[in-house]
Design a protein around this ligand. Structure first.
Ligand code: SAH
Ligand code: SF4
Ligand code: F3S
Length: 504
């Protein structure tokens, strides 16, 4: 594990500007020489926290004169934003990084790696040793350090470039001054806090992201307002445990620091917003005040993601989750009676060390009672440096896989039953864009966060001739970020098929 995350050095405003200027000079001469702007490509792994950090990194690159590239191979700067939450996240990153090796010859791109994996010595050392064509390494949430890293790389001797290790530097917790390049203009990811204090015994996040640090209330509201003024219909408030928002400020003496419930209410009242989402909620901190806001404020999503992890009280204790199954089910009951039709989704871990058949059955029982509308199910993955990794017994793998299969099958039934309830209903959908597989299908999400596909074309993607009434299908005028009404025709386990019934 790296030295304490919270003791890292900050890049000052002045240093940030100075390094930006160096890189900007370089991009200007690149444009003079080639007639084109240099390009960047960012591959992001992991959670929305990382998505948001990549949006900041993209904003900074844009400001320095870079433009998006079509692929890693065709870009001048390639960045990997890594995640370490489970072993498959680590492995995917190494696979992608390895595949860049062939393009390092000649005019190779500048390659940088940042994010949660780079908070762990074993990965930092592995990158330096095995992938020495990586130019620089930064830690988690370190977008602000990017100009420094790129300027150092440009100034270093091109032929013998060694990997520059800047993992001792970090960005400020409150990076409001940074430019953001939003992947979806209609959806604003807004970080409300970073880090985590919970130390669930299986989880790496507290080690990679440091302690909880809340952003200022005013800055969050201001950023959200600005995003809505510029066309955002959805705000997604982000934190590893949004319910403990403000606790760090209160501990430091700001006794009247606003709670998450107050913040959520304020954001939900921004004029022009369609929905405010938030994640993740921790069952031990979900307050009655928050349930009240969920029940009263119609723009607060009709959905909550509330990770259960396990239904066995014995396992929950060993996970250090600090709630039991009775408390969890009590919350489910309160939420369902507070907001009619609220969708409740969860995370479940199968095969936590020393999980018994009885523990597993307890999880199934809680699932039966809670009737989750959807669930992310994970096989336990030992993470070096966490307490549970020392208790791991590999010989259990086969039995754990059986349990996993059984749990997924049961949840699939529940997800389908939940989606089926919408068949024949007219619902509103916020359009995200074209489906990846078919250009004539649009996809979007309902207020309760279900994925909906329906035939349609984006305004920007067809010409006037295509408006002929002889067409079998006459498309409605739809843009990304529009809210449209659709009739749900059929339900699947993971999505709904629909037909648009009215222009918005
Ligand atoms: N802060 C959030 C989510 C953190 S990571 C929360 O507490 O809910 C997202 C999910 O990954 C977790 O909810 C958990 O289900 C899963 N996860 C985390 N560490 C894991 C591990 N070592 N093995 C398997 N799943 C893990
Ligand atoms: Fe990990 Fe637990 Fe913190 Fe979530 S609350 S990030 S699972 S330590
Ligand atoms: Fe992964 Fe870090 Fe998020 S470990 S889940 S990217 S906080």
């Amino acid at each position: 594990m790296k030295a304490n995350f919270d003791e890292k050095r900050y890049i000052s405003e002045r240093e940030f500007d100075a390094h930006m200027a160096i890189v900007k000079d370089w991009t200007n001469s690149f444009i003079r020489d080639t007639g084109e702007a240099p390009t960047y490509y960012i591959r992001t792994f992991g959670c929305q926290q990382n998505d948001r950090d990549s949006e900041l990194a993209a904003g900074i690159l844009e400001k320095m004169g870079f433009r998006p590239g079509a692929s890693p191979e065709a870009s001048d700067v390639v960045l990997f934003n890594t995640c370490s939450v489970r072993a498959n996240a680590d492995n995917r990153f190494y696979g992608h990084l390895g595949s860049l090796k062939p393009i390092q010859k000649g005019e190779r791109p500048l390659i940088g790696v940042f994010g949660c994996m780079m908070e762990q010595d074993i990965h930092v050392n592995a990158v330096k040793r095995t992938f020495n064509y990586v130019d620089f390494i930064l830690g988690a949430g370190a977008a602000r350090v990017l100009p420094y890293a790129i300027s150092q790389t440009l100034l270093s001797d091109g032929a013998k470039r060694n990997t520059i290790d800047l993992t001792d530097w970090r960005g400020l917790g409150d990076d409001t001054s940074l430019p953001v390049w939003r992947a979806d203009p209609h959806r604003a990811l807004v970080t409300i806090m970073t880090g985590c204090n919970n130390f669930c015994s299986y989880c790496i996040v507290p080690y990679t992201r440091g302690r909880e640090q809340s952003r200022s209330y005013e800055m969050i509201v201001e950023e959200s307002r600005r995003a809505v003024e510029r066309g955002a219909k959805e705000i997604m408030l982000l934190g590893q445990n949004v319910n403990s928002y403000g606790n760090d400020l209160r501990r430091r003496g700001k006794v009247d620091a606003p709670t998450f419930a107050k913040l959520l209410r304020e954001i939900s009242r921004i004029e022009g917003l369609w929905v405010v989402r938030y994640m993740t909620s921790h069952p031990k901190d979900l307050s009655d005040d928050l349930i009240e806001v969920i029940s009263r404020e119609s723009r607060v999503e009709s959905h909550i993601h509330l990770p259960l992890q396990s239904g066995s009280d014995r396992v929950l204790r060993r996970m250090n989750r600090r709630y039991d199954s009775a408390h969890y089910l009590d919350l489910v009951r309160k939420l369902r009676s507070a907001r009619d039709g609220i969708a409740i989704t969860t995370d479940l871990i199968v095969g936590f060390p020393e999980e018994t058949e009885e523990d597993f059955e307890a999880t199934l029982r809680v699932m039966e009672e809670a009737q989750f509308d959807a669930a992310f199910t994970f096989l336990y993955s030992p993470r070096v440096g966490t307490p549970a990794a020392d208790w791991y017994d590999e010989s259990q793998q086969e039995i754990v896989r059986e349990r996993f299969k059984c749990l997924v099958e049961y949840q699939n039934e529940c997800s389908l039953a939940s989606n089926k309830k919408l068949e024949g209903q007219v619902v509103e959908v916020l359009v995200d864009g074209m489906s990846r597989r078919d250009e004539t299908i649009l996809s979007g999400r309902t207020h309760d966060d279900r994925l909906v596909n329906f035939p349609g074309l984006l305004m920007s993607s067809f010409t006037c001739q295509e408006w002929s009434s002889n067409e079998v299908f006459v498309p409605h005028e739809v843009n990304r970020g529009d809210v449209v009404q659709v009739l749900i025709e059929s339900a699947g386990m993971y999505s709904l098929e629909a037909r648009q019934i009215q222009n918005d």
